[in-house]
Design a protein around this ligand. Structure first.
Ligand code: MSP
Length: 652
């Protein structure tokens, strides 16, 4: 029997459309579900909606519809978002499902029969927003200690669950089970809370006169169930009716309940004691993650800064969003969302590091190995650094994901990507390709880069499923790919190079600056082969060129670069797209040298570029720098460097 893995997200209130906070937990749960499925485990991934209670009733009233209509209207918005985010949940629960309601009533009846629920008159300070009573000492200046909204004094008779009697048992359980509440700081928080005050009993009913939208108590028709008592039960009711056949014994206790830090107490204390009363085992782990702010501010409707995941996916794509959510902030910490941070991640990690590695590896396999995975040879392997790093990667990812350290798992993948890029720079396949005798070394360097990428793709799949599939397709790996061992890529298999995975996002453009995009002539004497984006370095140099100081000249950063690949820009006579190596980085440069040169003749050339020129677009393609060439109207020749200096060397 395979190991089971049962993961849940909170069930979200349907008082509004989903936002980045909802997406965060759900994406994190999805990564874990996918990862455990890849390990061959029997996974059950549950998410859903919390449809009862005051918040939903109020939202429905505001919309002028009855609560059920309101829920039925909003539920598809969550389901649609999960489809867009590639969420692979096995079941979707709604607490208005008939079977869930019956299940909750059965459990309430059982606890009532056991004498664990009793009725009591109560007077206290009630916070409508948090749907809970506070004691006199909690309330400061008439405000709720939690949400700081005004509280009102209410007197009512309610049903109470004997939660208090489980206090010692719960403390003991948390002490004995180091991974029951995670991360450690949250575990200490819960322990502190339980050790420093007497745990009271929990009011689990609301009189219908005050709130009618809920599950009726089976033993008193004048009351509905408190929304949390109804909602938490979803984690077990779902197992009863949502899988093909009832699966309680198969999946309970849950492996992980993922929750936000604000709802840790309800899970660690209410839910745990409810389970104790029901004589059921407690979940293995409750993990509380942090909250997102937006541009440094709390996210709220009134501030108008609520991040809509749909809009992000529209603009940046689903995998970039998934990557950002889990890479940017260590899971468990609070984090800040901003457009700049997202674009930074896309341009650096995804376009520059990962996209570039795939592109240059495949370009060179096409050029130097006839477009098929080359045959590596052990004797020709100069060093084993890349191979070692790639082979260790799966174990590292296992270690990190066992602790829900998503960002560290991704960091370890990017470690391999970095080493692979350095491996290419160091071994310079374009130099090896100059002599036939180097063929074994050349093939081995290219194989190693491609095989390292295959292993990265395998580990990346749970995080970025579409990207991993695309990596595998372009690398010529049949999905499901060949496993964790080195050597999965089969020599002789055709690769399928395609468009770059993550085109760089033009940040100047997003800030509203206009870009040059015409196909222009190279200019005069020693001219920039890429037309400049703005006036100061325009292609036509004035007749009377004013003198400049050395400081002016030093503002222009000239560097040597080696051409890694070159191809014509479709529909342009003059433009050639170059992919150049600058030692520490690679760049794409569009140069107007197509009338003078055939692209093939440029590969391996040592040229000079302007390295600190603002990127510009030519015929829609980004150029990250400019190639120097001699010539007036027509290009006479490229500026090159006589000696074999390293790519990226300063020219002055
Ligand atoms: N319905 C309850 C959960 C019941 S589970 C049995 C609920 N719903 S909620 O829709 O208000 O919140 C759901 C989750 O969203 C919580 O885990 C909460 O922490 C999370 N987030 C809400 N805003 C958030 C951020 N700004 N950032 C990250 N997560 C946030 O509570």
């Amino acid at each position: 029997m395979p190991k089971t893995f049962y993961i849940t997200t909170p069930i979200y209130y349907v008082n509004d459309v989903p936002h980045i906070g909802h997406a965060y937990t759900t994406v994190a749960a999805d990564v874990l579900a996918r990862y455990h499925r890849l390990r061959g485990e029997d996974v059950f991934f549950l998410t859903g909606l919390d449809e009862h209670g005051q918040k939903v009733q109020q939202a429905a009233a505001k919309a002028g519809v009855d609560p059920q209509t309101h829920c039925d209207h909003l539920a598809p918005q969550f389901q649609h978002l999960w489809t867009r985010l590639n969420i692979s949940h096995d079941a979707f629960i709604r607490t208005t499902d008939r079977q869930h309601k019956t299940f909750v009533q059965e459990k309430l009846q059982a606890l009532h029969d056991k004498g664990l629920i009793y009725q009591k008159a109560y007077t206290g300070w009630y916070c409508t927003f948090d749907e809970r009573f506070w004691t006199e000492k909690d309330v400061v200046a008439g405000l709720c200690p939690d949400c700081k909204r005004p509280v009102e004094q209410l007197s009512e008779s309610n049903y109470f669950f004997k939660m208090g009697q489980y206090q010692d048992r719960l403390i003991d359980h948390i002490r004995k089970n180091a991974t029951f509440v995670r991360p450690e700081s949250r575990r200490n928080e819960v322990l502190g809370f339980l050790q420093n005050q007497k745990l009271g009993d929990l009011s689990i009913s609301r009189p219908k006169s005050r709130l009618s939208w809920g599950i009726e108590l089976p033993f008193d028709k004048d009351y509905v169930t408190y929304v949390w008592f109804d909602a938490l039960v979803n984690y077990i009711s779902a197992l009863d009716y949502l899988p093909q056949k009832p699966s309680f014994d198969r999946y309970w206790p849950a492996t992980i309940h993922l929750v936000g830090k604000d709802i840790l107490t309800t899970h660690a204390v209410y839910w745990s004691t409810m389970l104790m009363a029901l004589e059921l085992p407690l979940p293995q782990t409750i993990f509380a993650h942090g909250w997102w702010t937006v541009n440094g501010e709390k996210m709220s409707k009134s501030r108008g800064n609520v991040v809509d995941p749909n809009a992000i996916v529209d603009e940046f794509g689903v995998d970039a969003f998934r990557y950002f959510l889990l890479r940017e902030v260590p899971f468990g910490h609070d984090g800040d969302f901003s457009r700049d941070a997202l674009i930074g991640r896309i341009n650096t990690d995804l376009a520059n590091d990962l996209g570039n590695l795939l592109n240059r590896t495949l370009t060179m396999i096409e050029r130097f190995a006839k477009g098929v995975v080359p045959q590596p040879s052990e004797d020709a392997r100069a060093d084993h650094l890349l191979q070692r790093q790639a082979v260790q990667l799966p174990d590292l990812v296992d270690e990190h994901l066992a602790k829900l350290e998503f960002s560290r798992a991704l960091e370890s993948m990017w470690g391999v990507i970095q080493v692979a890029n350095q491996h290419i720079d160091k071994n310079a396949p374009w130099k090896l390709a100059k002599e036939d005798k180097n063929k074994p070394e050349l093939d081995t360097v290219l194989y190693d880069a491609a095989e390292a990428l295959r292993i990265v793709a395998l580990m990346l799949a749970p995080f970025m499923p579409q990207t991993a599939e695309e990596l595998q397709r372009q690398l010529g790996v049949g999905a499901p790919s060949a496993g964790r061992q080195w050597g999965g890529l089969k020599p002789g298999t055709p690769i399928a190079k395609d468009n770059p995975l993550f085109p760089r996002i033009d940040t100047t453009k997003t800030q509203g600056e206009s870009r040059v995009s015409q196909d222009q002539q190279p200019g005069s004497a020693v001219s920039p082969s890429t037309p400049a984006p703005a006036a100061p370095l325009a292609a036509t140099v004035p007749q009377e060129t004013p003198q400049i100081t050395i400081e002016d000249f030093l503002k222009v950063q000239l560097k040597t670069a080696t051409v890694l690949s070159a191809e014509r820009v479709p529909k342009s006579e003059k433009l050639i797209k170059l992919h150049v190596d600058l030692g520490s980085e690679q760049r794409q440069i569009v140069a107007g040298i197509g009338k003078r040169y055939e692209p093939e003749s440029l590969v391996g050339r040592r040229i000079v570029i302007v390295a600190n020129l603002k990127p510009a677009k030519l015929m829609g393609i980004e150029s990250q720098g400019m190639v120097l060439a001699a010539g007036d109207k027509d290009v006479g020749g490229l500026v090159t460097v006589l000696e074999d200096v390293e790519p990226g060397t300063k020219v002055k």
